[in-house]
Design a protein around this ligand. Structure first.
Ligand code: SF4
Length: 81
């Protein structure tokens, strides 16, 4: 599976599968958006919505920085810095 990039509200969110270790921290912060797949890697739920704050917290909680958050309007990478 290739890395998934999904726009959720004002952010584009990408999960770098090679970095994901299935720690589930992202799911704790944003279960509507993140789930584990059969390989214990985080995937972004189709149609999943959450606040920008929760999405950013989920990304910041990831111990391996596997979640990349980009401002969809400006293209600026918001996380990881
Ligand atoms: S917190 Fe990071 S390592 Fe853990 S499941 Fe989410 S993306 Fe994967």
């Amino acid at each position: 599976m290739t890395d998934q990039t999904v726009q959720i509200g004002k952010y584009k969110v990408q999960v770098l599968r090679d970095l994901c270790i299935g720690a589930t921290s992202c799911i704790a912060f944003s279960p509507a958006v993140f789930q584990l797949d059969g390989e214990n890697k985080a995937v972004i739920q189709e149609g999943g919505q959450d606040t920008p704050e929760n999405i950013l917290l989920a990304a910041q909680a990831c111990p391996t920085k596997a979640i990349v958050v980009t401002d969809a309007e400006t293209g600026e990478q918001v996380w990881p810095k």
